[in-house]
Design a protein around this ligand. Structure first.
Ligand code: XMP
Length: 512
């Protein structure tokens, strides 16, 4: 673990994850702890500084989360943001003013007195506000360090105790000098040293796994996506041939995908890899099934069954490797609790319980963009580093209605045109995800002199940063035109292509 760790206490703000990312971008490792976590848990993390996040509550209301005084007794530099500022004020003897209205949007911050946070910043500077209540008088020992037209106390600090507070959100891009302020907090106020980068991460992860696993064996399910591939390559560095990777070819993959992934991993990394051909098993179970949730469940169960059979052939295995990422971890610890299940996502969860394997999750600390950096650090080829996310149930949830080999083949041909054209036009790297969907209906068309009555393919191409929200990509019409013309000309059985112009929410990225 890096020496310079910042713990962010989450009071339920929508942008707490952003604080964590900004701190990491500054080269300091950060993790988020729920405001409901015990002080002992935070202390055990040995933070070198604390950041108190914003939150939707109003300090002092019956179920509003409180600031545990034990956190301040840790005696490390503290930055309170928005609700975090109000908590500091309330706890240290300042006064708050309740408000029934919210100030939301940009404001110009005047820097009214010197503060480590303002180093190198000229006021007034544009900041982003989103708050109801405000601080009316600062606690003893604090100086007012900034104000706006609407707020007499927009920032305050007690340099002696290294406590800082801002009413606005420095973590959002709209706060022009926000990243400088955060860096000033980390480096000028708290005196931290940036020691979080992907090279040091790789070195530490490999060392820790080596120590933990020793001479034991590990099984790892490879999906061909970046997360499980990075997990496998890291583990391979740590334990070499004691790693056993299993890749299930379920017949629901994109054209050429199974070979591409297996060849790459064998050629570049000399991995111990078993490819299980299971197309027949998956397709026979999906026969006559149209309901999306049933498809997902059937595929999930078949996968676990196969994985179980394969792992039994490896009696020496004590560990199961998984590509769990940090957002999955915080999702379950967040103040707000786990978000509602919209679709049952198929991951290998549930396996270890059944198989009594211990978990190895080397990516638990990372955000998706950091996994990409690790992948580059490990020398993975671009086509894996920049591969679009692909759902566990594969093309089964993109063939709407019944999944048959014939319909999968039509979709595969259409989809590979989408992939090729996105790559050739330079749009592949600019969008989050782009793919084809085969609709369960046919429409009339005319080809040559004849009437046709054939399938419809929908193009789904979206922009997103984390798949939680997404918008349809504004791809140039000529690129869409080329994709459409090629699909209709080259894929037998398709006579119409449509472009999906829905955002998430209320739609989802996948159609099923
Ligand atoms: P939705 O459709 O929920 O998708 O907006 C969000 C992101 O998750 C991917 N996705 C899945 N990934 N197993 C996965 O591993 C699944 O069952 C699954 N379903 C959707 C989807 O491709 C998008 O990136």
């Amino acid at each position: 673990m890096p020496q310079n760790k910042v713990v962010i206490i989450d009071y339920g703000s929508q942008v707490t994850q952003l604080i964590a990312r900004r701190v990491r971008e500054a080269g300091v490792y950060s993790e988020i702890h729920s405001c409901a976590a015990a002080v002992e848990q935070v202390a055990a993390a040995e933070p070198a500084a604390l950041i108190l996040s914003g939150g939707p509550a109003s300090v002092g209301e019956s179920d509003a989360p409180a600031l545990d005084p034990g956190l301040l007794a840790l005696n490390v530099p503290v930055l309170g943001i928005c609700y975090g500022m109000q908590l500091l004020a309330e706890n240290l003897g300042g006064k708050l003013a309740k408000s029934s209205t919210r100030e939301y949007g940009p404001a110009d911050l005047s820097l009214t007195s010197q503060c480590a946070l303002w180093d190198g910043i000229d006021g007034p500077t544009r900041v982003w506000m989103s708050h109801g209540d405000k601080v009316l008088s600062p606690p003893p020992g604090f100086t007012v360090t900034g104000r706006t037209a609407a707020l007499g106390i927009a920032a305050m600090a007690d340099e002696e105790r290294k406590m800082y507070a801002v009413q606005f959100h420095p973590e959002v891009h709209h706060s022009a000098a926000g990243q400088t302020m955060l860096r000033n907090f980390l480096f000028k106020a708290a005196g931290l040293v940036p020691d979080w980068n992907m090279a040091s991460f790789v070195e530490r992860a490999v060392r820790e796994m080596k120590e933990r696993i020793g001479g034991k064996h590990v099984v790892c399910a490879l999906s061909g996506g970046i997360d499980s591939t990075v997990v496998a390559v890291l583990l391979h560095r740590a334990i070499g041939k004691n790693l056993h990777c299993i890749f299930v070819d379920n017949g629901l993959l994109r054209s050429g995908e199974a070979d591409e992934v297996a060849d790459c991993l064998r050629a570049h990394f000399d991995l111990n890899l078993t490819v299980v051909q299971a197309e027949e098993r998956f397709l026979s179970r999906l026969k006559n099934v149209e309901d999306p949730e049933r498809k997902r469940k059937i595929i999930g169960h078949a996968f676990i069954e196969i994985f179980d059979e394969e792992a039994k052939k490896l009696p020496l295995a004590d560990f199961l490797a998984q590509g769990t990422l940090y957002p999955d971890v915080i999702e379950s610890i967040s103040h707000k609790g786990p978000s509602a299940v919209i679709k049952s996502h198929h991951n290998v969860g549930g396996l270890p319980e059944k198989m009594r394997l211990k978990l190895v999750e080397p990516l638990r600390e990372l955000f998706k963009d950091e996994v990409r950096k690790v992948a580059e650090e490990l020398g993975l080829p671009d086509f894996i580093v920049w591969r679009h996310p692909f759902p566990g149930p594969g093309l089964a949830i993109r063939v709407l209605g019944e999944v048959t080999r014939e319909r999968l083949d039509i979709l595969r041909r259409a989809d590979s045109i989408v992939q090729q054209e996105l790559r050739e036009s330079g749009w592949y790297r600019k969008v989050w995800q782009g793919f084809a969907v085969l609709l369960p209906l046919r429409t009339v068309g005319v080809m040559g002199d004849g009437r046709t009555y054939e399938h419809v393919v929908a193009l789904r191409i979206v922009d997103s940063v984390d798949a939680m929200t997404a918008d349809w990509s504004r791809i140039p019409p000529d690129v869409i035109a080329r994709i459409s013309a090629r699909i209709i000309n080259e894929v037998n059985g398709v006579n119409r292509v449509v472009y999906d112009v829905s955002s998430k929410p209320p739609s989802t990225i996948e159609w099923e």
